[in-house]
Design a binder for this molecule. Structure first.
Ligand SMILES: [Zn+2]
Length: 170
């Protein structure tokens, strides 16, 4: 019994010291915290176009069927237009006929895109934002036609597309 208690105390002490060690590191950076991109509104206005700022930072929505990636079928990767985080690949894109680029899943294990309950405009929706810079991407719905059931409905303006380099293939 005594041995067990000692082990417990030792583990608690190790855990406590780990926590203490992580605190100063997180506090030293003002623009990057836990791999996040944090900028002031003035800084965002400097690096984004007015259209990008309206959607990414003020949660605007581009008019349906007007976005530059709505009908894009080329192979490549879609990144966040605000911070460059890779979010989707062309393999995840499908034609949802809803007027915005739509994807059935995201790159990685679900940590790249944050889902936030959105009750605006009299609807219950889940807003999706880039986890790295908090930029507004669009909304996610559970009525997707593919196996995942997910439909990430994303503004083209929130995305930056990089075509796959097919010249490297042999
Ligand atoms: Zn981002």
């Amino acid at each position: 019994m005594k041995v067990q208690l000692v082990i417990l105390f030792t583990l608690s002490a190790i855990f406590a010291s780990c926590q203490n060690n992580t605190k100063p590191a997180a506090a030293t950076s003002t623009t990057m915290q836990n791999d996040k991109v944090i900028k002031t509104e003035t800084e965002w206005k400097q690096i984004l176009t007015p259209e990008q700022y309206n959607i990414l930072r003020q949660k605007g929505t581009e008019a349906p069927f007007t976005g530059k990636y709505n009908m894009t079928v080329d192979k490549g990767t879609y990144s966040c237009a605000g911070c460059g985080a890779e979010l989707f690949t062309s393999d995840m894109k499908f034609d949802s006929h809803c007027g915005w680029p739509s994807f059935d899943k995201e790159i990685g294990d679900g940590t790249k895109i944050k889902k936030i309950k959105d009750l605006s405009h009299g609807m219950v929706r889940a807003e999706i934002v880039c986890a790295k810079c908090e930029g507004h991407l669009g909304h996610i719905f559970d009525d997707g036609p593919t196996a995942t059931g997910n439909r990430y409905c994303v503004n083209s303006i929130s995305l930056q597309f990089a075509p796959a380099d097919t010249t490297k293939k042999k």
